[in-house]
Design a protein around this ligand. Structure first.
Ligand code: BGC
Length: 661
């Protein structure tokens, strides 16, 4: 173990300042004189986007592209996120990466955010639970993570200058809660301070949230790194506790030296940051494994398994799915050949290969016909492409149309302005459905879309951005080798205008008011009783589950007690399947202003036909509490709370009540 204090005492002021910014785009700085090495960061997080330092052009190395966060979140599967993290950790070791820059756990405030595909959910509990497993998984391999973007980075428009103006309660309940859980439970090596301001102060200079909340209140032990280029004031960043500014910022290291010399910055504050950089480097060096390799074929198979566990069956009238392998099936749409795997921007992985559904069907010995239907890049169609698609649909017994958003629609650095699919895709669906009543739609998108044709196809499968093996997962589900078990980790509104942030989303100038406060996603739709296209938590299966015997171990409790909940779930269908058991807490009216229900527990279980499992949950104070802006703390108000077992945020199956004394 390095004696960090001793090292610190040997560093000159200039060297200390130099340690608080990067060497280049990814590396921290070395101090050769003292044998201080470098930590290497790299994007992801749904794969490794590492530069090849052995080449002059530092070209990005190809790596397995796993499903993006929007997809893995729909698995509602903690174990899967852990397994994904472990695999990414192993790959980091093989690629020489010490810190993987993720996961992104920002809350989806609006379907328009251009980076929604990189984030898990509109629900902080779900995002926090999945983030915790991801971080624990990566870090179990001796590799670090960077929990990002801390916080309230909910739009790309003017992301470098805008201020997210949010009330204290929404900050705590919605925008910080996921970070809080991951920090407390998984101790990420680093947390990344976001580009935006929070209530007027840049995140990287926000001493209250970094020092008071993250470090003192939650006990964060790691390093805070700026998002790339998010530090505007090097001295202010050090004072606030942003230890490392990335990427390279050599010219401004001098400002820190001057500030210490002139007494504007205490050397102690600088020492604290240096110490954390040194600890990070120490951990990085300790974690490295010489000669580590990863098995890319195995990883590709894992990517397929993860996608298959995450895709969401949205509609299946008359049990059209699963298709029979002997059916005469037409695959229509360019995404069947080359699917959309991921979104654009810093998370973009140079995938090793792409398996589309067309190729996967062929590999499985299933013969399908194919028509492109539209231009993959623009999304536009032509009369000739439509004619070909109609002919393929007519000749087949069943048609599967692969549509979605082209790459240009979703990327870091920009937000969508609407939720529409390209006109060419909508026209294709309408024409194919008219030609063949047994039509399935498969969607590739990183955020909700409008579906003007929703009544026409008999089945809809949401494939999101499922990574390089997504085609295999689609074939697994379409032909019944895998029973779909994904659940939406976000609401699909009917119209963009229904979204609670709609009136204020992009803000005025640089001020973005979060006037909807805690009413984000289903918290708003359910409380307002607004119809949605598909609710949060929604997803179908090829089997059916019956719930019974919801029991609470007490009818009254104090905030110091735990409440044990059990419920029986039975697979009453004919196929083995996975169910996501969802528990929501519903405070009675007349207490603080609250959403009608909030997700407080969930678990994914697998049941054989006829099998029953007694699922158990334990709830404590936090599951009942709201943040009081008066006492600046969590309060579980007295009164009655519904304990609801739900199929999704809209559909309550069983309910019992407990009184908080
Ligand atoms: C993004 C981060 C990313 C970083 C490094 C920034 O623009 O916001 O998510 O990790 O660049 O590429």
């Amino acid at each position: 173990m390095t004696d960090i204090k001793k090292l610190l005492s040997q560093l000159t002021l200039e060297e200390k300042a130099s340690l608080t910014s990067g060497e280049d785009f990814w590396l921290t700085k070395a101090v050769e004189r003292l044998g201080i090495g470098q930590a290497r960061t790299s994007d992801g997080p749904h794969g490794i986007r590492a530069d090849d330092y052995s080449r002059e052009d530092h070209a990005t190395m190809p790596a397995v592209c796993f499903p993006a966060a929007v997809t893995t979140a729909a698995s509602f599967d903690r174990e899967m996120l852990r397994e994904l993290g472990e695999e990414l950790g192993r790959e980091c070791l093989a690629y020489g990466v010490d810190v993987l820059l993720g996961p992104g756990i920002n809350i989806k405030r609006s379907p328009l955010c251009g980076r929604n595909f990189e984030y898990f959910s509109e629900d902080p509990y779900l995002a926090g639970q999945l983030g915790e497993q991801f971080v624990s998984g990566v870090q179990s391999q001796g590799v670090g993570t960077s929990l990002k973007h801390f916080f309230a980075n909910s739009q790309e428009t003017r992301r470098f200058t805008s201020s997210s103006d949010i009330d204290e309660r929404a900050i705590r309940e919605i925008y910080l809660a996921a970070f809080e859980n991951v920090v407390k439970k998984a101790q990420p090596w680093t947390v990344m301070a976001s580009y935006n301001k929070i209530n007027g102060t840049y995140s990287t200079a926000n001493r209250y949230y970094i020092d008071e909340v993250l470090r003192r209140e939650w006990g964060f032990e790691g390093l805070v790194v700026s998002d790339w280029g998010a530090t505007h004031d090097r001295v202010g960043a050090i004072e606030a506790g942003t230890d490392l500014t990335m990427p390279a910022e050599k010219h401004s290291d001098r400002w820190i030296v001057d500030a210490v010399k002139s007494g504007r910055l205490s050397e102690k504050a600088l020492d604290r940051c240096c110490e954390r950089v040194l600890r990070l480097v120490e951990k990085a060096e300790k974690g490295r494994v010489k000669g580590a390799v990863c098995d890319k074929e195995k990883a590709h198979a894992l990517a397929r398994k993860f996608a298959a566990n995450s895709l969401v069956l949205l509609k299946n009238d008359g049990g059209l799915l699963p298709l029979k392998k002997t059916d005469k099936v037409a695959f229509i749409g360019a995404f069947a050949e080359k699917p959309r795997l991921q979104g654009g921007g810093s998370s973009h992985i140079r995938e090793i290969k792409i398996t589309g559904a067309l190729e996967a069907a062929k590999e499985a010995g299933i013969s399908v016909t194919y028509a492109a239907g539209y231009d993959r890049d623009s999304g536009e169609t032509t009369d000739a492409l439509i004619k070909e698609a109609i002919a393929a649909a007519r000749e087949a017994e069943k048609a599967v149309v692969f549509i979605g958003l082209p790459d240009s629609y979703e990327s870091e650095g920009g937000d969508r302005r609407h939720m529409r699919l390209p006109e060419g895709h909508n026209r294709l669906v309408a024409e194919v459905c008219a030609a063949n009543p047994d039509t399935v739609v498969v969607l590739h998108n990183g955020s909700p879309v409008e579906m003007p044709w929703i009544d026409s196809p008999k089945a809809i499968l949401e494939a999101y951005l499922g990574g390089q093996a997504v085609g295999g997962a689609e074939v697994d589900i379409l032909f019944g080798d895998v029973n779909p078990s994904g659940r939406l980790a976000e609401s699909f509104p009917m119209r963009l205008e229904d979204n609670p942030s709609y009136l204020w989303y992009f803000g005025e100038g640089d001020r973005v008011s979060y006037n909807e406060s805690i009413f984000v996603g289903y918290r708003y739709y359910e409380t307002k009783k607004l119809d949605v296209l598909f609710p949060f938590g929604y997803g179908l299966s090829y089997t059916e589950f019956e719930y019974s015997d919801l029991e609470l171990d007490r009818s009254e409790m104090t905030e110091d007690d735990e409440l044990n909940v059990s419920v029986k779930v039975k697979n009453v269908g004919r196929t083995v399947g996975k169910e996501v058991v969802q528990l929501y807490v519903a405070p009675q009216k007349g207490m603080a202003i609250r959403p009608v229900r909030e997700l407080k527990e969930f678990v994914k279980i697998e049941l054989k036909p006829g099998e029953t499992e007694a699922v158990k949950f334990t709830l404590s104070k936090r599951a009942f509490a709201h943040w009081s802006a008066e006492s600046h703390g969590w309060e579980a108000e007295r009164g009655v709370y519904g304990i609801e077992i739900c199929r999704n945020a809209h559909e309550v199956i069983l309910e019992e009540k407990v009184r908080m004394l």
